[in-house]
Design a protein around this ligand. Structure first.
Ligand code: FES
Length: 150
């Protein structure tokens, strides 16, 4: 955790309760998750009750209250991708990075999620890493894609 960076973000929004979501998004982006002590500091510095901060942090899927990897891998398991082999893709990803869905690997490099349609079915099987789409995945291709992340 880069404490200085987080402190900078919080200071930038100090006293501005209306900036709560924006501040949390910046911290999530910089730190990949929202530790409890950081949420307490956000509450104090922005002047928002802690229960309100927790409501926001737990409501939006973009926020994580547990440590996440530097790279978030999302494998589409929607119908079109499933028909085109998404199950083999997720099994290959799990094998390559050594974790199962919902987990983060021990060195903090990758977190893995599976989910529903990403809206580009004709290009499936589809995976998204850190918001970047990778289309027409095969088990071999997914290995190449994962190797390109450090
Ligand atoms: S089902 Fe995978 S992108 Fe639509």
């Amino acid at each position: 955790m880069d404490k200085d960076k987080i402190d900078q973000i919080i200071s930038k929004h100090e006293g501005k309760a209306k900036n709560l979501i924006h501040a949390l998004m910046e911290i999530q982006h910089a730190n990949h998750w929202l530790p409890k002590d950081v949420l307490e500091k956000v509450s104090e510095k922005l002047g928002v009750p802690l229960n309100r901060v927790m409501q926001i942090a737990t409501f939006y899927k973009t926020f994580s209250l547990v440590p996440q990897g530097r790279h978030e891998v999302h494998v589409c398991m929607g119908t079109a991708c499933h028909v085109r082999g998404a199950q083999q893709i997720i099994e290959k990803v799990e094998q390559l990075i050594g974790i199962r869905t919902g987990e983060t690997n021990p060195d903090g490099k990758f977190s893995l999620e599976r989910g529903s349609c990403l809206g580009c079915c004709s290009l499936g099987p589809e995976i998204v890493i850190d918001g970047r789409h990778h289309s027409r995945m095969t088990p071999d291709k997914v290995e190449e894609v994962l190797k390109s992340y450090d």
